[in-house]
Ligand binder design. Structure first.
Ligand code: NAD
Length: 319
């Protein structure tokens, strides 16, 4: 069995590949151009394994995709412009990766007889709808990133209906965990700022909430989506914890854990709210439970412990 992971050098990709090497005997192809992940994480995860082949290429180039996808049964599509603020600054670039790049992947998958494409979508595409977010709500993206993820889902649905390709859009909530060294999302940013001796910045008053899901649970959800026979040729499924937590609470927990380890973190600095950011956001995971048998494993506290320990061992910081 051979699987292509686009964006396999990124945060979720390296955690997924680590899990696949532990849990399966599959061969893994990685297609990545290392724009946001030139940090050695992929090499470390691969170690001396002969089961991973890395293709340095771009999802905007059909030839690069075809070279990496040849012979693969499954495709996990993670390569993307993955930030909300960068999408507000450069929506065209965001569209080229998250829309045209996805179409390129889907077209190649049909041409090469791929069995299933599992694509990383986001619950951000729903905007500030009624909570909890679920598969029934009407999308109302608040940033170009949400719009491009919504378009991606549209093409997955279309490729399933027009070309018979099995596709799954997994709408991840906010992901955190080890190996997120390249990320600017709240938990990775807070830990890096504390370890750098900087003041942590919280946008707004910190009452905004997120459904924070551990990256190993995300890797498991991707694996389950690949191997499970699903009711429909195109499925959209929310993956999170089904719980919300405020950013202020997250900061307090991380702050306390660093205090306990002898660090002297500075109090948080509250800065202006960022346009395009969502205030309240958490996902129902009832469908994921039902169709995938998905269940988040450990508690938030345990997962934050593991994340901090990983950063202390692996991130040097500025100090
Ligand atoms: N991390 C989260 O909280 C989260 C939440 C919801 C959805 N997602 C989605 O999950 C996926 C993975 O996210 P991540 O956090 O690992 O992001 P990431 O930025 O760490 O990884 C993305 C990878 O794609 C690669 N890439 C970028 N442009 C490329 C191109 N043109 N061709 C080939 N490779 C390219 C990057 O070099 C990087 O390795 C993305 O699609 C993202 O939108 C992430």
């Amino acid at each position: 069995m051979k699987v292509l992971v686009t964006g396999g050098a990124g945060f979720i990709g390296v955690n997924l590949i680590e899990m696949l090497l532990e849990k399966t005997d599959w061969e893994v192809h990685v297609l990545d151009n290392f724009t946001t992940s030139d940090n050695g994480m992929l090499e470390r995860v691969i170690g001396d394994s002969m089961r991973v082949k890395v293709f340095n290429g771009d999802i905007r180039e059909m030839d690069d995709i075809i070279a990496a996808m040849e012979g693969c049964t499954y495709v996990v599509s993670l390569a993307a412009q993955s930030g909300v603020l960068p999408s507000v600054e450069d929506p065209i670039y965001d569209m080229e990766l998250n829309v045209k790049g996805v179409i390129n992947i889907l077209s190649s998958a049909v041409d090469l007889g791929v069995k299933k494409v599992v694509h990383a979508s986001s619950n951000a595409l729903l905007g500030e709808g009624k909570l909890p977010l679920n598969e029934e709500r009407i999308p109302q993206p608040m940033a170009p990133y949400g719009a491009s993820k919504l378009a991606g889902e549209g093409y997955l649905s279309a490729w399933a209906a027009s070309y018979g390709l099995n596709t799954v859009a997994l709408r991840f909530s906010s992901v955190y965990g080890p190996k997120s060294i390249n990320k600017g999302s709240a938990i990775a940013k807070f830990i890096k700022q504390i370890m750098d001796g900087d003041q942590v910045e919280i946008w707004g008053d910190g009452s905004q909430t997120r459904d924070l899901v551990y990256v190993k649970d995300i890797a498991n959800a991707i694996y389950l989506s690949l191997v499970t026979d699903l009711p429909n040729r195109y499925e959209v499924i929310h993956i999170g914890t089904g719980e919300e937590i405020s950013i202020e609470e997250v900061f307090d927990l991380i702050y306390q854990k660093f205090l306990d380890r002898g660090y002297e973190p500075k109090p948080a600095l509250h800065t202006d709210w960022k346009p395009g950011e969502i205030r309240k956001n958490w996902s129902s995971i009832e469908k994921a439970r039902k169709v995938l048998g998905f269940e988040p494993q450990d508690s938030f506290d345990e997962n934050i412990e593991k994340t901090i320990e990983w950063f202390i061992e692996n991130y040097e910081g500025k100090q």
